[in-house]
Design a protein around this ligand. Sequence first.
Ligand SMILES: Cc1ncc(COP(=O)(O)O)c(C=O)c1O
Length: 414
Amino acid sequence: MKNTFVTKERLEAIAAEWPTPFYLYDEKGIRENARRLRQAFAWNPGFREYFAVKATPTPGILKLLYEEGCGCDVSSMAELLLAERCGITGKDLMFSSNNTPADEFRKAAELGAIINLDDLTLVDFLKESIGYIPETVCCRYNPGGTFTLGATGEGFQVMDTPAEAKYGMTRPQLSEAVRKLADMGAKSFGLHAFLASNTLSNEYFPTLAQILCRLAAELRQETGVNITFLNLSGGIGVPYRPEQTESDIFAIGEGVRRACENAGLDNVAIYAELGRYMLAPYGALITRATHEKHIYKEYIGVDACACNLMRPAMYGAYHHITVMGKEHAPCDHLYDVVGGLCENNDKFAIDRPLPEIVPGDLLFIHDTGAHGFSMGYNYNGKLRSAELLLKEDGSVELLRRAETMDDYFRTVVW
Ligand SMILES: Cc1ncc(COP(=O)(O)O)c(C=O)c1O
């Protein structure tokens, strides 16, 4: 069983004011988790989490995390503008993009963001785009091959074969980029890599830290440059299934500390760009059962669809479902829980044992706080939902209103 962070009565009251479907985020959970992360890396004075904005690009969430000491990791013009409007700029911003347009480099430079270069060719392109090379710059490494550590119980990793991934530079390219950047005026360097997504192994970050520590030592020796930070990026996973165990952030922090100590690199700052770990468990998609259908299988139709949460349709991802008020009822019905899209993969659950569901029941779709709302789309003209924050004092704050048909048709030339 997975805990919901809200009761059925409270959820009904919220739904009376803001109709389903909507996303609900848990302020208490988000803050406590962010504080745990900081504690786990307190041994590293320069530690910084740059929250991966793509996971939950919602100003109310970014500001809340900023209050907890997190900067923002942004990867596009919209994300740069979003951070700027939240007042998050300068060294509080990490710009980690790929296939980057010149105007995005210009905006990142204007905001004083730390720029993370995805490719060797971007060294010259950055100079052409902004007219200079910043004093502090980061390079993204791709070691190639296969990276198997940290496999999730879901039987897949979103990205576990660096050789097949479009990101980062090869080892020889990295040496060339660093040398070139140093010749062009860069003084302080960071190294970045993201080798696997949604890992539940406490060894992923420490292993990556070892890889980057070794790389930093080699590059220092080869080129004499000053490597001041290692960006371990995202990738710490969450237990989407109730039987999975959650990552132990203190063991992860300690493992990274040991990796740095063993490499004699106790003076580098550790950065992270976590998205899922920071937000997924503290957000839920709330939807209401609207129909039941009995054909070759039993279907429950709900008022949300894959446009609101794409992960199950896209990756076959598991999201646990609690039928509110029936937490202790026997799971003696086997349902496909579906949205209303004209796409047969529009299913939040397939053959899922659940308590009997009747139209009107509220469903709490767990662990959707990251890469949930943000991956939304408008197929069949379905609208994006509202986003709400359940505050620590029990009140609810609207973070984003639901889209309207007027929003949907706004760009049309009739
Ligand atoms: C560059 C970069 N950093 C961080 C993240 C966040 O990853 P996660 O949510 O798995 O922690 C992503 C995810 O796509 C990413 O592309």
